[in-house]
Structure formats: C-alpha cells, structure tokens
Design a protein around this ligand. Structure first.
Ligand code: AMP
Length: 125
C-alpha cells in the first residue's frame, strides 16, 4: 500500500528494522551514512536498494532536512556502488518513488539501482 510521504518518520518501518539489525539483509555496501542491499523481490538481474542511515521518509524529506555531509555521502555511495558492480559501461537506472502517486511502499528513503538487462521505456504505460 503506497504511503503518504509527508507523514512523520515511522521507526517501525522495515528498513529502520534492517538498520537496527532486527531483520537481515543481503548487504552490498555500507559506510557511516549509507547502507545498500539487494531487493528481496528483484525486478532486474541487479536490483539494489540504497538507503541513508538517517531517519528520512523520502527524497523530499532528505533533500529538505539532510545535512550536506549525509547528502554528499549518499550521492557518492550510489555512484560508487554502480561502479563497483560494473554497471557503468552496460548502463543502469536509478529510481526513487516518493509518495502515493509513485507507489512508494516503504517509508524510508531508498534509491533503486536496476541493471543487468535492457530496462525498456522509462515509464510503463
Ligand atoms: P518502493 O515501492 O519504492 O517503496 O520499493 C520498496 C522495495 O522494497 C520493493 O522493491 C520491495 O521488494 C523492497 N523490500 C521490501 N522489504 C524488503 C526487505 N526486507 N529486504 C529487501 N528489500 C525489501
């Protein structure tokens, strides 16, 4: 069920639980500010989720409240993960769903990295 991205941060969301170590994840990358792991229901051969460790509901929340250090770390981590996974030459897609119309389901900011096959048109339908 899509979430309202303007609501306050919910500490019980699934990615908050992964960050606290209460749930496992298939970790791809971690640093002081960022965690990345494989999506549990991959939609492409490579489907990685990159999340900030801070409590941010969405891109809207992060871009408004995140520190310059957190934002720089996040952007650099996304690029680094893609490079380390060998995705740059074949190409990859970044996607962030924000709120209801986009179908955001988990109320903790995440950027999807898709790769490993032709990814088709930018939007379905
Ligand atoms: P979104 O629709 O942009 O909010 O995407 C949420 C994504 O989180 C989906 O692609 C789910 O498959 C993924 N997801 C949900 N729970 C987990 C989990 N425990 N570990 C990894 N990925 C998950």
């Amino acid at each position: 069920m899509p979430i309202d991205a303007t609501r306050p941060y919910d500490e019980s969301n699934i990615f908050a639980r992964i960050l606290r170590g209460e749930l496992p994840c298939s970790k791809v990358y971690e640093d002081e500010h960022v965690l990345a792991f494989n999506d549990i229901r991959p939609l492409a051969p490579t489907h990685v989720l990159v999340i900030p460790k801070g409590a941010y509901v969405s891109w809207d929340d992060f871009s408004a409240r995140g520190s310059d250090e957190e934002i720089a770390a996040f952007v650099r981590a996304v690029g680094r993960i893609a490079r380390e996974q060998g995705l740059v030459a074949p190409g990859y897609r970044l996607l962030a769903n924000i709120g209801e119309a986009a179908g955001q389901e988990v109320p903790h900011l995440h950027v999807h990295i898709f790769a490993g096959r032709g990814l088709g048109p930018m939007l379905a339908g």
